[in-house]
Design a protein around this ligand. Sequence first.
Ligand code: SAH
Length: 473
Amino acid sequence: MHCDEMGRPAILVLGENSLATAERIRSALGEADIYGLETRVARADIPFSDFGDTLRDLYEAGRTIVAICAAGIVIRALARLLDNKRAEPPVLVVAEDGSAVVPLLGGLAGVNDLARQIAAAFNVAPAITTTGELRFGVNLLHPPAGYTLLNPEAGKTFISDLLAGEKVRLVGDAPWLAGTKLPFDPGGRLTITVTTENREPEADELLYLAPARGARRGRLAVVGLGPGDPILMAPAVRQELQRADDILGYETYVRMAGPFRPDQVRHMTDNREEMQRARHAFALAATGRSVAMVSSGDPGIFAMAAAVLEALDESDDPAWHEVELVILPGISAAMAAAARIGAPLGHDFCILSLSDNLKPWATIEERLDHAARADFAMAFYNPISRARPWQLGQALDIVRRHRAPQTPVVLGRDVGRPGEKVSATSLGELTPEQVDMRTVVIIGSSTTRRFNRKDGGEWVYTPRWYGEGRPKS
Ligand code: SAH
């Protein structure tokens, strides 16, 4: 799916009478899809049958939502999804006659600006309740297009400090703050900085990156999202996603990285077109844009970083070599799974992909044989798929030549994602049916151990010592 559609607001209507209001909102916002309840609305762009399910799907896809209905209906429908403030797309409700425009969710994604835009079309005042914004007349978390707030996580404390009476010093040029009621004072303890230099923010500072004048040097960041859970994503990656003009990647991972602002463009592609995606990223960045390429886990482990470097290595386009290229690491699947169950990779180990898409199966067999013989603990990525059903069984046969049936094995499925399951078994008991492509398989070495933990689960670890190396005491 191409995703410029993703940035388009979805307007939900429950009856014919709301259509005129929906159309007026659409013209106020530029473009939008109108979703209509199929039994009541004949002329919607997209019919739906269940309001709650539709709303939740749109919300989880990061779409901007404008619902023309009572606020309570929307609150009840979304209640169970509201646990992560950072991950909210803008959600607004509008009264059928346009007399009330209520921003509900998505303060960090610019919901108040959208409310103002819609309210202006109906000549009413939007129901803005954000204290800082009311007091100072500006939402510091949502600078105008072209500017990026590099440390939005500092915003909450910064604004509370302002509300408590602190003064703020301005460094650099911030034309959009000129007409506001911010308490500027050259001696202020707080600082707002607008700069073209990307650096670490200081304490008590909001740091905005300004568009560079003239030809901007493009940037391509290949970032690792970690296994899935947003708290396992590095802050550097989050910051990079904030500043990106374009986000590229396999659809699942682009969704995992969101939500994004309406001005950020998502380019979602099929998983297999990696070189094409890498070239697309350079082509975009070479025009001066800031591009983030997302991978799950670590981008350098069976993922996009190597494809991006390969594309650059093969290119003689000077504009591509001008692009500022950075690679930001993430927690890889094996690390995430290992941590959940103990420390099965506590001594020497290796990571092997069992996919023979990009290397001959004979090479995989040979490496497995050597690694098993060398007594490395091993993590298998891409262990099995519908197109590669027999390879894992064969791989296990090779490992079993060198390792005992009681060797501990860890299966980590969907680690850090909904439905996560991390369990221990043994090499003798392991069958390929227990494994799928969303699983990372960790095979212990000859020293790896398992023991029961109090909660009914198990710990698995590989001691730090080996052979004669066991500490005396
Ligand atoms: N760059 C990724 C790996 C991509 S290869 C990383 O560093 O984690 C894809 C394989 O990684 C999958 O077949 C699976 O074996 C493993 N994998 C990725 N994410 C996973 C997760 N959340 N839980 C379990 N295994 C995962």
